[in-house]
Design a protein around this ligand. Structure first.
Ligand code: SAJ
Length: 455
């Protein structure tokens, strides 16, 4: 069956009847949940990956992805016979009517986009593609990569013409780690195809499988621009609020109170100060657009500056810790600092680009004694440090307690009990404004909150 020959209405029926085979390349944080949702909808899905360990584990119902509900989804998909994993990318591509690419697109040490995984997939694509299939790129990439790199590569290395023999679409992932399955079934999908047929078929497929609203845009580059616009908007606004937090603290204004009041205005989109911006998306995505801008001779000052402001936040936090310890007469050198929370955001077991890593590294260079606790990494070794089994163990005799992630567990802590374990006088440095100044003081701590005046 040539997928491209189908019309929108046929897709829903063929999906349900198991007549559509989908190969999802890259069964990681986004690819595996995507594959499982398509399998649940009736597609025959092959999860293709270069890692034989991941493939073997997944075929045995074991997943490396820490996402709520994934074990159940995986068990059902494997037992239904609708899903299997494979390391044979070429054969999987040949078997598939639709190929969905979900490989990582990080930035390298010089902040240049690293499309090597995507290009490796393209080398397999050109060996396995069959006429009439549809290629969907979910990976986050710069506008133009589909049209100027991937389309050219496929046409130069096959006898196919994109748009005639093959369809290609960008459909950027829009899932929030920790709520991926919910997002896949509720968040509208942006679909940007090389032509109207690709757009319509991809839109019909996602609508049939996930039940989501489809937002069709003109072309792949526009779909990629939508994704980057969303995340750069977020990064810039976080940078703004981080900058205001530092300024307002110096002039006696509480940033959290200010944000709360500003949010009463219909067009104010609240963002919150933090120790920096982590995760697989925001720290990397802006650089895809910066690279494209540089190529056309345009300098995106604001996009770049926002990245610099957010990247400087870990150092600002170390300075806050130093100031806070000095404020209670303790030098940072030799002090014991307990870092509570190392993940880049609450509830997600992920330390990619986490600000806590930069804070820990800088404290190590200042000869500080460091203990760490994170409920998602208990008794594991992370950044060369043992993650203690509890808050109480981590803060025993601590001179400073630094909250880097706003895990739910921390919000329930009894500060009076903690003050009995710390080495008083001790300070709480609250980079996520979990607590308030008076409660911390009443519990016997000195307190510094990011964006909160000391008096
Ligand atoms: N952060 C702040 N202040 C804020 C919001 C976030 O400091 O007001 C920090 C977080 O602590 C984290 C970083 O920024 O370290 C990124 O936060 P995030 O919630 O954006 O984290 P991600 O990477 O999980 O974001 C993903 C993105 N989704 C996709 O790229 C598909 C993002 O666009 C979503 O907005 C986010 O999930 C979400 O909230 O759904």
């Amino acid at each position: 069956m040539a997928f491209l020959s189908l019309n929108d209405t046929e897709i829903a029926d063929k999906l349900k009847d198991g007549q559509i085979t989908i190969c999802v390349i890259g069964i990681g944080r986004i690819g595996l949940p995507t594959a499982l949702v398509f399998a649940q909808a009736g597609a025959k899905v092959i999860g293709a990956d270069i890692s034989d360990i991941i493939v073997e584990n997944i075929n045995n119902g074991i997943t490396h992805i820490d996402e709520p509900g994934i074990e159940e989804f995986l068990k059902n998909a494997v037992s239904s016979g609708n899903f299997r994993a494979s390391t044979d990318l070429q054969a999987s591509i040949t078997e598939a009517d639709v190929i969905i690419i979900c490989v990582p697109t990080p930035v390298d040490i010089n902040k240049n986009p690293d499309y090597s995984a995507l290009m490796a997939v393209c080398r397999d694509l050109v060996k396995g593609l069959k006429k009439g299939s549809l290629i969907i790129i979910e990976s986050t990439i710069a506008p133009g990569v589909v049209e100027e790199i991937i389309v050219s590569f496929i046409e130069e290395n096959t006898n196919f013409t994109i748009g005639k023999d093959l369809g290609i679409v960008s459909c950027p992932e829009r899932a929030d780690p920790g709520k991926i399955f919910e997002c896949l079934k509720t968040v509208p999908r942006i679909v940007g195809g090389i032509d109207e047929r690709s757009n319509n078929l991809a839109g019909a497929l996602y609508k049939a499988a996930m039940g989501v609203k489809i937002v069709k845009v003109s072309n792949p580059r526009t779909a990629n621009a939508v994704k980057l616009t969303e995340n750069i908007f977020r990064d810039v606004n976080i940078a703004l609020i981080n900058e205001l937090a530092i300024l307002y603290e110096k002039i006696g204004i509480n940033i959290i109170e200010t944000i709360g009041a500003a949010t009463t205005k219909w067009n104010f989109v609240p963002h919150y100060p933090g120790p920096g911006v982590g995760g697989p998306c925001l720290p990397a995505n802006p650089y895809y657009l910066i690279q494209v801008a540089n190529r056309v001779g345009y300098i995106p000052y604001l996009v770049r500056l926002a990245r610099e402001i957010n990247d400087r936040m870990p150092d600002k936090i170390v300075h806050l810790i130093l100031e806070a310890l000095n404020g209670i007469g303790k030098p940072i050198k030799g002090s014991k600092v307990a870092i509570l929370g190392i993940t880049y955001k609450s509830g997600v077991k992920d330390v990619q680009y986490t600000p806590a890593e930069r804070i820990i590294d800088t404290l190590k260079n200042l000869d500080t004694q460091i203990t760490c606790y994170d409920p998602l990494f208990k008794n594991e070794i992370v950044f060369g440090l043992p993650i203690e089994e509890s808050v109480e163990v981590a803060i025993q005799d601590a001179d400073a307690i630094v909250f880097c992630t706003a895990h739910e567990e921390f919000k329930q802590l009894n500060l009076e009990n903690l003050s009995k374990l710390a080495s008083l006088p001790a300070v709480i440095v609250d980079t996520r404004n979990i607590f308030n100044l008076n409660k911390a003081k009443n519990a016997g701590f000195a307190y510094r909150g990011l964006g909160v005046p000391v008096s």
